[in-house]
Design a protein around this ligand. Structure first.
Ligand code: BES
Ligand code: MN
Ligand code: ZN
Length: 498
């Protein structure tokens, strides 16, 4: 995709489509005013006759508007001017792109970047538009046979700017948006692939491929034998029941000399049957998404590499399949983690924490500036926050604040959740140092407290993305979250935001 910025009048740019915005009470946005003036009042006439909707997220595509160079004008509703924020803005861009699907549009000029959007800027408006465009155009067709439906194939995307001085910021925003979109698309593809394709070995190959030919990026894969030598008894107990070999994927991106790296750890359970504590049948297929933490950190790595950020980033993915079987771990089994702490596995379906704890211990060798694990960890998290916000837990309030703020800026929101001794006490075991479950209440919090027993002395946060990583129902599919949130954290740490 080619990205450009322009200060030219919306009516005079020869692109295949111009996106303009209208508000309630027949108020035209900047681009719409320009189109209206060039067409001698065409837009206002249509508005007054009720042929254009100003409701947020509605779009009407007009063709051959007199006096306008572009053959199409996508008119999107922006609602009330005072309520225009980045969320409404992204929805508007998405609606315009969706409305163009099926047309032969190749070049688009987005003039919505000229509107006053609460708490935004030319950088974020350009970036959010590209992310919304990417999200709207994403399709997962890899597994469908037969002829694929023709899809909107854009080649150029422009952002209108009010003054030349905004050009550099808007261009940077679009480029960052493009990188984040690519990271999200990779995360979505990995999430959507079925578990018979996307195995731990497949994740490892994907990570290897990402590093091939990139001088800043290296990937190393640890086998089960190597993990055994490291004493990762907890991780290995999860993979005991399957024939798929478990892997520990280690990716290192070097963009800032010898600085302490940020470490991202992603839960990579490529399928979670629950193990001997077998899950019920309905919707069990969705447990192919149980590697979305891994997909999110690999996708973020892809975005960081594309943006060539001046930062050091290590990504760790413990990748396993959780299956019942003759050699599977049984409820009551006691395993020894790499940290030396012993764990009574009271429920083999609480497996995510069992692989993450060993990966967190392994990460100590990197002396991380901050370590963040990302996991589809608990159903309880979905009960607590629904599918809208990612749960943020941390032993460091300033890190939690940083991630929360990044989520807001990136339009990929989280919520700071509590931790504490009173919750951690629920993990008491009669036979080992701890149990892997904390009883029926506060399940998302006790899971975080379990991980907290492996992160002493590190600035650590845990993101539970069980609700946000994928959608169920008719729109079933991976969301690409939290790639925008994590990318924003790293962009800010790299000093790459305007
Ligand atoms: N992968 C699941 C969590 C999950 C469940 C995510 C449903 C999204 C939707 C995780 O491994 C799990 O099974 N957690 C158990 C923990 C329990 C046994 C303490 C859960 O949430 O039921
Ligand atoms: Mn489970
Ligand atoms: Zn799981």
């Amino acid at each position: 995709m080619k990205y450009f910025t322009t200060t030219s009048n919306a009516s005079r740019r020869a692109v295949d489509c111009v996106i303009v915005g209208i508000y309630e009470r027949n108020k035209l946005g900047t681009g719409a005013s320009e189109i209206d003036a060039a067409s001698k009042g065409h837009l206002l006439r249509l508005l007054k006759s009720g042929d254009l909707s100003s409701a947020p997220g509605r779009c009407t595509v007009l063709t051959a508007v007199p006096g306008v160079k572009a053959p199409r004008v996508a008119v999107v509703g922006l609602g009330k001017p005072a309520k225009l924020n980045a969320t409404v803005y992204k929805k508007a861009v998405a609606a315009a792109v969706a409305a163009l699907d099926g047309s032969k549009t190749k070049q688009v000029l987005n003039t919505l970047t000229l509107e006053s959007v609460a708490d935004s800027s030319p950088y974020y408006l350009a970036r959010h538009a590209v992310e919304a465009m990417g999200d709207t155009l994403y399709r997962f067709t890899e597994m469908k046979s037969g002829r694929k439906k023709k899809q909107l194939a854009l080649s150029a995307w422009g952002s209108s700017i009010a003054k030349r001085g905004d050009a550099a910021k808007a261009t940077r925003g679009a480029e960052h948006g493009d990188a984040i979109m690519h990271g999200m698309n990779l995360a979505k593809d990995l999430g959507n692939l079925p578990a018979n394709v996307c195995t731990p070995s497949y994740l490892a190959r994907t990570a290897k491929k990402l590093a091939a030919g990139n001088g800043r990026l290296t990937t190393q894969i640890l086998s089960e034998a190597e993990m055994k030598r490291l004493g990762m008894g907890s991780l290995l107990s999860v993979t005991a029941g399957t024939v798929e070999p478990g892997k520990l994927i280690v990716m290192k991106y070097k963009g800032a000399g010898s600085d302490a790296p940020v470490v991202l750890v992603g839960k990579g359970v490529t399928f979670d049957t629950g193990g001997i504590s077998l899950k019920p049948g309905p919707a069990m297929d969705e447990m192919k998404f149980d590697m979305c933490g891994a997909a999110g950190v690999i996708g973020t790595m892809a975005a960081v590499a594309l943006m060539k950020l001046p930062i050091n980033l290590n990504v760790l993915v413990p990748a396993v399949e959780n299956m019942p079987g003759g050699k599977a771990t049984k409820p009551g089994d006691i395993v020894k983690s790499m940290s030396g702490q012993t764990i009574e596995v009271l429920n083999t379906d609480a497996e995510g924490r069992l692989i993450l704890c060993d990966a967190l211990t392994y990460a100590r060798r990197f002396k991380p500036a901050a370590i963040i694990d990302i996991a589809t960890l608990t159903g309880a998290c979905v009960i607590a926050l629904g599918k809208h916000r990612t749960a943020i837990f941390s032993n460091d309030d300033s890190l939690a604040d940083e991630i929360f703020a990044a989520g807001n800026s990136a339009e990929d929101r989280g919520w700071h959740m509590p931790m504490g001794e009173e919750y951690a006490a629920q993990l008491k075991s009669n036979f080992a140092d701890m149990a892997n479950i904390g009883g029926p209440t506060g399940g998302a919090v006790t899971a975080a407290c379990f991980l907290g027993k492996y992160t002493d002395g590190m600035s650590w946060a845990h993101l539970d993305i069980a609700g946000t990583a994928w959608r169920s129902g008719a729109k079933k599919g991976a969301s690409g979250r939290p790639v925008p949130m994590l990318s924003e954290v790293l962009l800010a740490r790299a000093g790459a935001l305007p």
